[in-house]
Structure formats: structure tokens, C-alpha cells
Ligand binder design. Structure first.
Ligand SMILES: Nc1ncnc2c1ncn2[C@@H]1O[C@H](COP(=O)(O)OP(=O)(O)OP(=O)(O)O)[C@@H](O)[C@H]1O
Length: 932
């Protein structure tokens, strides 16, 4: 008996146990729920003997692959709950040991269970992404230094070429830093695509020819489908010719002639680009003229040609000379990359570590090279259940295939669940095509079925109508978009479920600040005035007002999160940042601690000193800081530090300020004298103790969270294997750079009644009654800046080391931009479909034609929203939707808030002046910033 009401399709997916099943479904259609239910059904059915012998399994005989550790925990909890309800005690005990984990967790377990065959040290440590990147960076630096010291001719050539073109590349980096970054990026791409070091060694052994050949494969792979698309359109154009007006027919014939002269086989890419260039004006002009009824069928074909041409012309023409030189550089780069790769492998061996890619590739090698091991697992696992299959990469698919067997005596069943519209991990090598193939296989094979779930049980119909309205459009074309049918039951509601906060023509930094305030204001209004209620009848809280914890603010990245957090705090909206971005290191309390350390280490660092004086360590007012600068004015080249004594006797300082400054300087002086003996953790602890910094933190908004962040840094200071303040600061800078997902320290607030702020990637698989989508005007990805880029599939490598990109580079970049653009649309789909009850969209529209494309620039005009009133207004949007629309600049931001904004701006300006001054000094740092 099933434990809930499931639809027919869901039942089919749950109950078909004797065949492989592939479930494809849109957002909120119950994929995860179905997967969990299938697990329960297998175990319960086996226990009571309802299932055929060959389908029976205990929890330990079912392999479940989830996407995140959080999903694993949730899945286990749901299963435990189900077993508890049924009093399945033995099975309950087995769950802890069941194979329910992420793919990396499973690979680690597989290796640990077979250390001898896998040739690994069973004591190995799994390196997380950040640590692995850190180790790689170190190997890269050491190898580069070694080669430079040895005066290797080819590495000198590379570095000189970079130096010569540095002004056209990236400023602010040294040549070897840029090169190291490129090595790391390319290595990551290659390994994500499943290439082994030996494969790249084979490429390097073929010298220049090897690279040229690989690059040609990528270039052809890019152009061929575009040419094929244009030729296919031409074929389709021909039968239409007879119906066209004579003038139009002549024009299309001209286009036909040009298309027929395709030089694809000439092997000269410049010639081919010339062909695309000539088609461009022909087709553009045709689109303008093709307006009559007889041209009705013609237009879509012309648009397709136009699109293919636009894609092709993203690639630049190059010269033979540039190509020859670039190939030489690429070869030198590959040689360097291999040296770094070997050094990295050696370091991992010495440290007894395996990184995430090692876990996967070693698990695959184990199963491939040891048939007995493979058969044992194939026999052991009676069922393989994989969630979020659209985000798996080639290696992961290979692993599942190795565990699956259905001939002879062994037969197990695959159950793959995914949604191609939610594939958002392309940057990690996920390949949505793989899921498409799995669907096709399931449709075509006798022993498999494909189940499609169409009903959405998450969102109100109005939210689903918006999703439908957006993704039916060309601009958002999710090629496989299938509309979602409302499946859940909601109370009727008068107010619109869509809300838009819109700004116009604002500078990005100013806009973000305004948006943060406007969002905080609106959220507070909704909660405090009880303006929205839970309307889902299935929710036990149906009818109750929305609380803080029902709200999620979603971002593409958390780089500006501190700004939102401050705005929320100042409006009294409790919030919690769930992982993601570089949020942690941008936290005021973390910056305060680092600035204090910096000042301790380098007393002449004016920025660190000013920031720390303003922070709760001392708490000087702006006036007192201005006084410090005034005291030094005559000798502006001298460090501010030298004027602290004069400041102490100044009349501008209050008694309380004098007392705190005195206390701070005293403890810093003591600690500075002991800095070479004391561990950094202890230095920080004493600093905090003597200044009561922790108590000051607690008294501020979100105090507990701030305190938890402070403790997290203390813990890092005690555990990082470095000694000395400057080494620790350096270490943190590296970690910050490499850890795009470092979040707030977890506190009890994570579960508390607070608004959650998180990235869309993190929100995957989750749902919230109210979803606010912030910063819709975040520009789509900008062109690559790397010196070398690599195409994972073909191993092609391109370079822009000579200032201009070579052919391979622009081809790879065009492919990457297309992939990112498509992924950005899928990301928007994921974001919009997290909302259960209410969706708040916020963004800025810019009239300047030069402004870059963003979700806002596509989305708002599509919905028919091009401006916003100062007071909230209910408007009808395109497609019969209704929304509450309001301008951001006038969304109730108080004059106090404005005042605070202006004050912050002044502080920023001052900080900027100081930053400029400090730039000239050694030891300038990134940790500037003052607390409020
Ligand atoms: N048959 C059903 N009846 C009622 N509610 C259901 C049913 N199936 C799923 N749900 C509910 O719908 C919501 C979405 O389910 P679930 O998270 O399993 O979907 P999903 O397809 O995995 O979503 P996504 O891919 O968007 O993360 C959940 O709240 C779930 O409890």
C-alpha cells in the first residue's frame, strides 16, 4: 500500500520494479518523493514477501545516489520516519549503513571496501574542493619557480609573451600568477571531462601536430552543425519559392546561391567565416521584407539562419602567423600543465590524500579492472536509484553503468530521475545530453520504461502560469520546456501572487543598495502586517500569515551579500545566509578580526588601522577618525599609526573613546611583542578578551550569528597548519579566493524563524512559500579573461596570450558562452519554480543600449512591464497574469535609510582615498572596510 496519494504516473514510476525506469519531469512534480517512496516500497514489499524473489532487497542492497549531503540526510530521515511508522526495527538499524550518499561518498566507500585492488591507503583523506585547489596552487607556484630558476627557454618565452601583452590582458596580476591561474582552470576542465594524465601526455608527445589536430576537431565540431542548420533551412526554403512574390523570390534566390557556395570542405576557417559574413546582410534584409502572408512560413527559416550566422560570427578571423605562434605557446603550456599535474599527484601521494576527481576515477578503474569486484557489487545491489540525473557528468554515468547488469544470472534495476530544464552544473562538467540519452534509451528499449510526470504539486497556478509564459518564449527557449500542470489545491486568493520591484536607469552599485533596502522593507511589511497567508490546503498552517522562515531571497551569487544583510539588519528583518558566495569573508566581524591582525602585523597599514579603529574593537566615531587624519595632514606620507598618541590627547575624543583606544593599543603592543611565540588563535582570543569584542558583537543585530562567525575564524586560526600572523592572513586570502561556497557558520538560527538568503544553486531541490528573486539585472557572463582555455570534450586548447585570441580560443569561448547562456535560462527556471505561494521579482531596467543583457532586460519587457509607479499598483501583465508592481526608488525607503546610505557612501569615499594611498605601500591588503 502506498503511503500517500500519488498520481497514476507517479504510481507507475514507484511500482514498476521489474524494469529499468527513467522518470523525467518538471519542477515540483514529486520526483524526489517518488524515489523515496520506491525505496520504501521495495523494502516493505520484500519484508512481507509481496515482491518476486529477484526483486527483493534489504535497505543495504539498494544504492541511492543523491546530489548533496543535505539531500542524503533528508532522504534518510524520510525513510527512517516511514520505517518507524511501520515498526520495521531491523530495517531502521540498516538505514545508517545503507548505501545512500552522494556520488563522491559512494566512491570513497567503494575504495575503502576494496583498498587492496584499488591500490589506495585505507587511511586516505578525502580532499575537499577548497583544499585540493590550495594544494594545486602551491604545486603550480613551486613548479613555475623551479622552471624560472632553471632558465627554461620555453617557460621564459611564455612569461615574456604574457608580460608584453599584460596591458591588453588583465592588469593587477603578475605574469606567473596569470599563468598559474590558467593551468588550474585547464586542469580542472580536463579532469572534469574524464581525461587522465596519460591522455594529455599522449597529446604532448605528438608535439605541435597533436594540438593542431585536436583544435581542428573542436573547430569543425563548432562550425559543422551551424553549416548543417543553414543547409537544412535552405532545403526547406526551396519548396516555398513558388509561393513568394517575384521580388521576394529574387532575393531568396540570391541567398540560396550564397548558401550553395559553402566552403566547408576547403579547410580554411577564414574562408568559412567570410561565407557566414556574406549571408548575414542577405538574411537580415530578407527578414525586414518578409511580411506578406505568403512569407509566413519563410520567416521562421530566416530566423534560424540568422541565429546560426550570429553564433558563427562570434568567432574572429585569424592569421596564419598568429595560429602558428599560438600553437607553439599552447604546446609549451601543455608541457607546463603536465609538470604541475605530476607534482600535484606526487604531493597527494605524500600526504595520503585523494581529491574528488580521484575518488571517481579510481572507483571506475576499480570496477573496470577487477571483474570479480564489479560482479560482487552488481550482484549485491538489486536496485540503483539516482536522483538529479541531469547534473551527472560522463564519469558518473560510467560508474552507474558499471554497476548495472541485466543479463545472465545477475540482474539489477536502474531508476533514474531528472529534469533537463534544471541542469545547472555545466561548469562542473555536467552534461544535460546524458539525461536526454537516458530518456531515449528508456523509450526505445523493451526492458525499460520512461515515465513523465506533468503535474506540479508545489506552486500556485499563477506562479506556474508565469513560468509557462516566460519559457514559451524564444528568448528563454528551454528547448525541452514542457508546461507544468497545477496539481496542488490552494485556497482562492484575491491579491496577485506575482510582485515586481523595478528600478530604472540606475548605476549598478547604487541600484544594489536601493534594492537591498527595498526588499528588506517589503518583506518586513509583508510579515509585520500579515499581508500574505499560506494558502496550500495540504499545509498544516493553511490560513496562517507568512512568517520570516517562509521566505527565501535567492541570488545568482553571494558576492554582494553583505550589503543585503546590512540592509535587512537595519530594517529589523532577521536573516541567515545559507552557504554560498564569498559571504563569510565579507562579513563585517570577519573583516574586523582580520584587520586587527593586519594592524598587529603591519602597524603602517593605514587601511587596516582605520577600519579597526572604527570597529567595535575601539568604536571611534567618524569625527574622531577625521581628527586623526587632520593631525597627520602636514605629513601625509607618514603612517597614521604615528599619530595615535596625539589622538589620545585630542579633545575631539570622548572619555569613553580614549579609554577604549588606550586599552586596545596596550593589548596590541603586548601581543605584537609575543607574536612570534604565540599561535594566531591565542592572539585573537586575547585580543577579543581584552577588548570585550565578543560582547559588542552580541549586542548588535544578528548578534548570535556574528558571534558564530567570530568563533569559526578562531577555530580556523587554531587548526590551520601555519604559524605566524602574516602566514595565517596569506592562508586566509588563498582560502577566500578558492572557496566560492564558504557560508555563514551554522548556528541555531539556521532552523530559526529567519529569512534565508541563498544562491539559486543551493536552493535546488528546495521550496519556500515566498521566493524573492534578487538582482535580476545581474549581467550574463562576460567574455573569458583566461590566457588559455580548453574544450573538455575534445581536449582542444586555445590561447589569447598574444593579445588576440587564436581560432581555437574564440571557438571554445563561443561554445562556452552559449552553454552559459542556456544554463542561465535553466537557472532562472529553477529559481522561479522554488516558489509555492508568492514570487517577488526585483531588478533594474536600463535604457542604454550598451547595457548588458540580463534576466531583467529580457523578463520585464516580455511581461509588458517597462516602468513602475511610485505607489504599488495592481497591473495586468502579458498572458492574463496580474502583478503588484512598484518602483524601487520609491518603495518606502525612509529618509533615515537614505541618510545611512549617504553616510556609508562618505565612509566608502574615505576608504577609497586611504586605499589609494596605501596601494603604494607594501603589505596593502584586501581586508579593508569598516563596521557600521
Ligand atoms: N502526489 C502528490 N500529492 C501531493 N503532494 C505531492 C505529490 N507529489 C509530490 N508532492 C509534493 O510536491 C512538492 C514537490 O515534490 P518533490 O520535491 O518531490 O518534487 P521534485 O520533482 O523533486 O521537485 P524539484 O525537481 O523542483 O526540486 C513536495 O512538497 C511534495 O511533497
Amino acid at each position: 500500500m502506498l503511503s500517500a496519494t500519488f498520481t497514476r504516473s507517479q504510481r507507475k514510476a514507484i511500482e514498476t520494479l521489474d524494469r529499468n525506469v527513467c522518470v523525467s519531469a518538471g519542477a515540483g512534480s514529486g520526483k524526489t518523493k517518488v524515489l523515496v517512496e520506491r525505496f520504501i516500497r521495495i523494502v516493505v514489499g520484500s519484508k512481507c514477501g509481496r515482491l518476486a524473489e529477484e526483486l527483493r532487497a534489504t535497505p543495504e542492497q539498494i544504492l541511492v545516489i543523491t546530489f548533496t549531503d543535505k539531500a542524503t540526510r533528508e532522504m534518510k530521515n524520510r525513510i527512517i520516519e516511514a520505517f518507524r511508522q511501520r515498526n520495521l526495527i531491523e530495517e531502521l538499524h540498516q538505514i545508517e549503513n545503507a548505501y545512500i550518499s552522494t556520488i563522491h561518498g559512494f566512491c570513497a566507500r567503494l575504495l575503502l571496501e576494496n583498498p587492496f585492488e584499488a591500490q589506495i591507503d585505507p587511511q586516505f583523506q578525502a580532499l575537499d574542493e577548497v583544499r585540493a585547489a590550495q594544494l594545486l596552487r602551491r604545486c603550480c607556484e613551486i613548479e613555475l619557480d623551479r622552471l624560472v630558476e632553471k632558465n627554461d627557454r620555453w617557460i621564459q618565452e611564455l612569461l615574456i609573451a604574457i608580460q608584453n601583452k599584460q596591458h591588453e590582458l588583465q592588469s593587477g596580476y603578475d605574469a606567473s600568477g596569470l599563468l598559474a591561474e590558467a593551468v588550474e582552470q585547464v586542469l580542472m576542465t580536463l579532469r572534469n571531462a574524464g581525461w587522465q594524465r596519460e591522455d594529455v601526455e599522449a597529446l604532448a608527445a605528438e608535439a605541435l601536430d597533436g594540438i593542431a589536430r585536436r583544435n581542428l576537431v573542436a573547430v569543425r565540431g563548432f562550425f559543422e552543425p551551424l553549416v548543417a542548420e543553414i543547409l537544412a533551412c535552405r532545403e526547406a526554403l526551396m519548396p516555398l519559392l513558388g509561393n513568394l512574390r517575384s521580388e521576394m523570390r529574387a532575393i531568396v534566390s540570391k541567398l540560396d546561391n550564397q548558401i550553395t557556395a559553402c566552403p566547408l570542405n576547403s579547410g580554411d576557417p577564414n574562408l568559412l567565416l567570410g561565407w557566414f559574413e556574406k549571408i548575414k546582410p542577405l538574411v537580415n534584409r530578407r527578414i525586414v521584407y518578409a511580411s506578406g502572408p505568403s512569407e509566413h512560413d519563410l520567416l521562421p527559416l530566416l530566423y534560424r539562419i540568422k541565429e546560426a550566422v550570429a553564433q558563427a560570427l562570434k568567432v574572429h578571423k585569424t592569421s596564419r602567423e598568429l595560429e602558428e605562434q599560438a600553437i607553439r605557446f599552447c604546446h609549451s603550456f601543455v608541457v607546463l600543465l603536465l609538470q604541475v599535474w605530476r607534482a600535484y599527484e606526487k604531493s597527494k601521494r605524500q600526504l595520503g590524500c585523494l581529491d574528488m576527481e580521484d575518488l571517481q576515477s579510481k572507483a571506475i578503474q576499480l570496477l573496470e579492472n577487477f571483474p570479480a569486484v564489479r560482479h560482487r557489487y552488481q550482484k549485491h545491489f538489486r536496485h540503483l536509484l539516482v536522483d538529479e540525473f541531469q547534473d551527472t557528468n560522463l564519469l558518473q554515468v560510467r560508474l552507474v553503468e558499471l554497476l548495472h547488469k541485466e543479463d545472465g544470472q545477475i540482474c539489477n534495476r536502474k531508476f533514474l530521475v531528472g529534469d533537463i530544464q534544471q541542469s545547472i552544473y555545466g561548469f562542473r562538467g555536467a552534461e544535460p545530453l546524458l539525461f536526454r540519452e537516458a530518456v531515449r534509451d528508456a523509450e526505445n528499449k523493451r526492458e525499460a520504461i520512461h515515465v513523465r510526470l506533468a503535474d506540479n504539486f508545489r506552486s500556485r497556478p499563477e506562479v506556474l502560469r508565469l513560468v509557462d509564459q516566460v519559457f514559451r518564449q524564444r528568448a528563454f527557449a528551454l528547448e525541452s520546456f514542457e508546461p507544468l500542470t497545477p496539481g496542488a489545491d490552494f485556497l482562492p486568493k484575491e491579491a496577485p501572487s506575482i510582485e515586481i520591484l523595478l528600478a530604472k536607469n540606475m548605476r549598478r552599485d547604487a541600484y544594489l543598495l536601493r534594492e537591498a533596502e527595498a526588499l528588506a522593507f517589503r518583506i518586513r511589511e509583508i510579515v509585520e502586517k500579515g499581508q500574505l497567508r499560506i494558502t496550500a490546503r495540504s499545509d498544516p498552517r493553511c490560513g496562517e500569515p507568512i512568517r520570516w522562515r517562509d521566505i527565501a531571497v535567492l541570488f545568482r551569487s553571494l558576492t554582494k551579500i553583505a550589503l543585503y544583510e546590512e540592509a535587512f539588519a537595519s530594517q529589523g528583518v532577521p536573516c541567515f545566509v545559507v552557504g554560498g558566495g564569498r559571504g563569510y569573508y565579507a562579513r563585517q566581524e570577519v573583516r574586523d578580526l582580520l584587520n586587527a591582525l593586519l594592524y598587529l602585523d603591519t602597524p603602517f597599514d593605514d587601511i587596516a588601522l582605520t577600519a579597526v579603529l572604527r570597529s567595535p574593537f575601539v568604536g571611534l566615531r567618524i569625527d574622531s577618525l577625521v581628527e586623526l587624519h587632520r593631525l597627520r595632514r602636514e605629513r601625509s606620507s607618514e603612517p597614521l599609526h604615528l599619530y595615535l598618541g596625539s589622538l589620545l590627547s585630542s579633545r575631539v575624543l570622548t572619555e569613553r573613546e580614549k579609554e577604549r583606544l588606550h586599552c586596545f593599543l596596550q593589548i596590541v603592543e603586548t601581543l605584537r611583542a609575543q607574536a612570534d611565540r604565540l599561535p594566531v588563535g591565542q592572539i585573537l582570543e586575547r585580543l577579543i578578551l581584552h577588548t570585550n569584542y565578543d560582547i559588542c558583537l552580541l549586542s548588535r543585530p544578528n548578534g548570535r550569528r556574528r558571534l558564530a562567525n567570530m568563533r569559526k575564524l578562531l577555530q580556523m586560526a587554531s587548526t590551520e597548519p601555519v604559524f605566524g600572523v602574516s602566514a595565517f592572513i596569506q592562508q586566509l586570502k588563498e582560502i577566500e579566493k578558492l572557496s566560492p561556497r564558504e557560508g555563514d557558520a551554522p548556528t541555531e538560527e539556521e532552523e530559526a524563524d529567519v529569512v534565508r538568503m541563498l544562491t539559486i544553486h543551493r536552493a535546488k531541490g528546495l521550496e519556500f512559500p515566498l521566493v524573492c528573486l534578487a538582482d535580476l539585472s545581474h549581467p550574463f557572463q562576460l567574455p573569458s579573461q583566461e590566457l588559455f582555455i580548453c574544450h573538455g570534450k575534445t581536449m582542444a586548447i586555445g590561447s589569447r596570450i598574444m593579445g588576440k585570441p587564436d581560432l581555437a580560443y574564440s571557438v571554445i569561448e563561443a561554445m562556452r558562452l552559449k552553454r552559459d547562456q542556456e544554463e542561465a535560462m535553466r537557472l532562472l527556471y529553477v529559481a522561479l519554480t522554488r516558489a509555492k505561494e508568492h514570487l517577488l521579482l526585483s531588478g533594474c531596467l536600463n535604457d542604454l543600449s550598451s547595457s548588458s543583457e540580463s534576466w531583467a532586460s529580457l523578463l520585464f519587457p516580455l511581461l509588458g512591464v517597462n516602468d513602475a509607479p511610485q505607489e504599488p499598483q495592481i497591473r495586468s501583465l502579458v498572458g492574463g497574469l496580474r502583478a503588484r508592481v512598484m518602483a524601487i526608488a520609491h518603495s518606502g525607503v525612509s529618509s533615515d535609510a537614505n541618510e545611512a546610505y549617504l553616510r556609508e557612501k562618505r565612509i566608502d569615499d574615505l576608504a577609497e582615498v586611504l586605499a589609494n594611498l596605501t596601494k603604494a605601500m607594501e603589505g596593502a591588503t584586501d581586508f579593508k572596510g569598516w563596521s557600521e
